[in-house]
Design a protein around this ligand. Structure first.
Ligand SMILES: [Mg+2]
Length: 244
C-alpha cells in the first residue's frame, strides 16, 4: 500500500460500471450503525445513474445483504456480506446463512467478554467485533485475535473503522467485483470502485488490475488512484453523472 494521493478523479461516464461502498462512502458513519441511511433524494439519484449505466451500478457492503437491502433502493444490484451474497435488481435476500466454525465464533465470544464495551455482530459466516465504545482496548483486542489463530480455520481478520472482522477467504469485495465484471450488464465496461475502509482495499486492488478507476473516500493510506474528501464530495461527484 502506498500513501494515497489527493488527485480528484476524472468524470464518470456512461460506459462505466459503478461499485459503491455504503457506510462512510454513500452515507456518513454514525455511532450506531442502525441509524445510517441514505440522505433524502440520494436513492433516486442512484436509480437515475443506474439507468444511465444500463443497470451497471452495485452497492457493495460488508453489511448483511438483508440489512443493506433495507437501506438502498432494491431495484439496484446489491452485494452484501463482503461479497458472499450477490443480489440482482429486485432479488430478495436468501433466508439461510452459513455460519462461522465454532473455533472462530468461540474466540470472538471470549474476546468480547474480556473487553468490556465490545459487541459481536454475526453476518452469516462473517463475525464483526465492534469496539467503538471501548477504543482504548484496540491493542489488546488485536493481540488476542492474533493469538486466537483464526487462519487455521481458513479465516482472515481485517481491521476496519472501530471494528475487527473475521471472514472466510471467499468473503472478498475484490473477488466479487472480478466475478461480476465477467457478466452482463457489467462486462465490457470500465470498473469504478469508491470506498472508504480496509475491506475496500481488496476491491481497489482488483479494480486496478482490471484497468479501472479507484477512489478512496477520506484520509489514510490506500491502493486507490484518486481521492474524494468526504461523503458530501462523493455525492457531488455522482450527481455530475446523474445530471449529465
Ligand atoms: Mg465503508
Amino acid at each position: 500500500m502506498t500513501m494515497g494521493n489527493d488527485l480528484k478523479p476524472p468524470p464518470l461516464t456512461a460506459g462505466d460500471a459503478l461499485f459503491l461502498d455504503f457506510d462512510g462512502t454513500l452515507a456518513g458513519l454514525q455511532e450506531d450503525p442502525d441509524t445510517v441511511f441514505l440522505a433524502p433524494g440520494l436513492g433516486k439519484v442512484l436509480e437515475n445513474i443506474s439507468s444511465k449505466l444500463n443497470g451497471a451500478l452495485t452497492i457493495i457492503s460488508g453489511r448483511d445483504a438483508e440489512d443493506l437491502s433495507g437501506r438502498v433502493p432494491t431495484g439496484l444490484w446489491r452485494i452484501g456480506n463482503h461479497g458472499l451474497i450477490e443480489l440482482a435488481p429486485d432479488e430478495v435476500p436468501p433466508e439461510e446463512r452459513a455460519s462461522a466454525p465454532d473455533a472462530v465464533s468461540g474466540a470472538f465470544r471470549d474476546i468480547s467478554v474480556r473487553f468490556a464495551g465490545t459487541r459481536v455482530e454475526t453476518k452469516g459466516p462473517i463475525l464483526a467485533l465492534h469496539y467503538r465504545q471501548a477504543p482504548e482496548a484496540v491493542a489488546g483486542i488485536e493481540l488476542a485475535l492474533a493469538e486466537a489463530g483464526l487462519s487455521d480455520a481458513g479465516y482472515r481478520v481485517q481491521h476496519g473503522k472501530f471494528v475487527f472482522e473475521a471472514k472466510p477467504e471467499t468473503a472478498h469485495k475484490g473477488k466479487a467485483i472480478a466475478r461480476m465484471m465477467g457478466t452482463a450488464p457489467f462486462a465490457g465496461r470500465r470498473a469504478v470502485m469508491i470506498g472508504d475502509d480496509t475491506t475496500d482495499e481488496d476491491a481497489f486492488e482488483a479494480v486496478n488490475q482490471l484497468g479501472g478507476l479507484t477512489v478512496k473516500v477520506g484520509a489514510g493510506d490506500t491502493f486507490a488512484q484518486y481521492r474524494l474528501a468526504s461523503v458530501e464530495t462523493v455525492h457531488e461527484y455522482l450527481k455530475e453523472l446523474a445530471g449529465a
